[in-house]
Design a protein around this ligand. Structure first.
Ligand SMILES: Nc1nc2c(ncn2[C@@H]2O[C@H](COP(=O)(O)OP(=O)(O)OP(=O)(O)O)[C@@H](O)[C@H]2O)c(=O)[nH]1
Ligand SMILES: [Mg+2]
Length: 337
């Protein structure tokens, strides 16, 4: 019963239950999703490696560079990450690495985004990006001779949702090998090239863990805040549709609030040199929170009966409940009946 019920309100149960990487395999996705597109060799895979400390095999090896004009990342692929010591359900971060383009005909930002969109629609239907990073190697001269990039609003909205501008970032790499004069002209070229995008530009000056997280953090914090709102909405639905008692709802909300504020703190520390992961006190706090969540889960499972779920299905729940929820409920019910 419990596992099925958790599918009705996935975010809540994902957040209060300790879980493992199996959540990553589930068909719906409630995680934080960051995709990278760019010129081949601009450093997309390297950026994922810098942030996660793994994914080494995704990064172009020395011997490949200059000997092959194909992108090293051959196909679009996702790479799941969580903060070491934290369950994936609590920090479900998914990077999407894409093969670089080369600015030949039909092989530029627009084609890369179209391929990314098709991939998302096939592999992760309904998923919207929380961050879309355009990578660019500042050493390259191509931008000077190209007309400014004009984003296609429809594609951007399909990829990132409304207000996509705040989720998009132009990130330039390979600055260390440029002298002062060259830096100035490259910066001017980037400003011109990106002038229609209405999104931020940043420099990835010193490649590594700290810089990568400083770039990711605002995107992740925004995504986390949106996730919190969705959780709050799920809790409201849970209360109305299943008729959970106020006391139980308050306790679920209390655990969610505590976990959210704990995660906000841990997320803010990402990228600081001293806090690579959790302190001993944070580890203990996290274990206790999860223990409390587990106990609450057992109580809720006890409290929610098949009769209530049946009522939800036959009466149709609250008028405001979405068709989607009812559809999921039917699937679950057919599994349990
Ligand atoms: N990110 C980054 N990489 C750099 C920088 N300077 C040199 N590199 C090297 O540039 C190479 C970029 O490789 P990848 O990240 O694999 O390239 P990619 O953008 O994923 O390109 P494809 O997979 O070929 O499309 C790596 O070997 C980096 O070590 C820098 O300032 N930033
Ligand atoms: Mg790559």
């Amino acid at each position: 019963m419990g596992a099925g019920f958790s599918k009705l309100f996935p975010l809540i149960w994902d957040s209060i239950l300790p879980s493992d990487y199996s959540t990553y395999q589930k068909s719906f996705h409630s995680g934080i999703v960051i995709a990278l597109v760019g010129r081949s060799g601009s450093g997309m895979s390297r950026f994922i490696h810098d942030a996660t400390g793994s994914y080494e095999t995704g990064v172009t090896p020395e011997e490949w560079r200059g000997t092959n004009n194909k992108p090293y990342t051959a196909v679009i692929q996702d790479f799941g990450f969580t903060i070491p010591g934290i369950d994936y359900a609590d920090f479900p971060l998914l990077f999407i690495d894409t093969p670089g383009f080369d600015y030949a005909a039909n092989n530029d930002e627009h084609t890369a985004l179209q391929k990314l969109l098709s991939w998302l629609q096939t592999c992760k239907p309904g998923m919207k990006l929380d961050g879309l990073i355009f990578m660019h190697n500042a050493n390259a001269d191509e931008l000077q001779s190209r007309s400014p990039y004009v984003p296609r609003d429809k594609v951007m909205r399909e990829l990132c949702g409304e207000n996509w501008q705040g989720k998009v970032l132009f990130l330039s790499t390979h600055w260390h090998s440029l002298d002062h004069e060259h830096k100035k002209s490259k910066e001017a070229a980037i400003r011109k090239y990106w002038s229609h995008a209405n999104s931020k530009t940043e420099r990835y000056d010193i490649p590594g863990y700290e810089s990568a997280w400083n770039i990711l953090k605002p995107l992740i914090q925004k995504a986390t805040a949106a996730r919190e709102q969705r959780l709050e909405a799920e809790l409201k639905d849970l209360k109305i549709q299943v008729g959970l008692e106020d006391g139980v709802c308050d306790r679920i909300r209390d655990i969610l609030d505590k976990k959210m504020s704990f995660m906000r703190r841990v997320t803010t520390n990402l990228g600081t040199l001293t806090t690579q992961s959790l302190t001993d006190a944070e580890k203990l706090e996290y274990v206790r929170l999860n223990e409390k969540a587990r106990k609450l889960w057992e109580e809720v499972e006890h409290e929610i009966s098949g009769v209530e779920l049946e009522r939800l299905l036959t009466v149709g729940g609250n008028q405001e409940s979405s068709d989607e929820t009812i559809k999921v409920a039917y699937v679950i019910f057919s599994v349990y009946s």
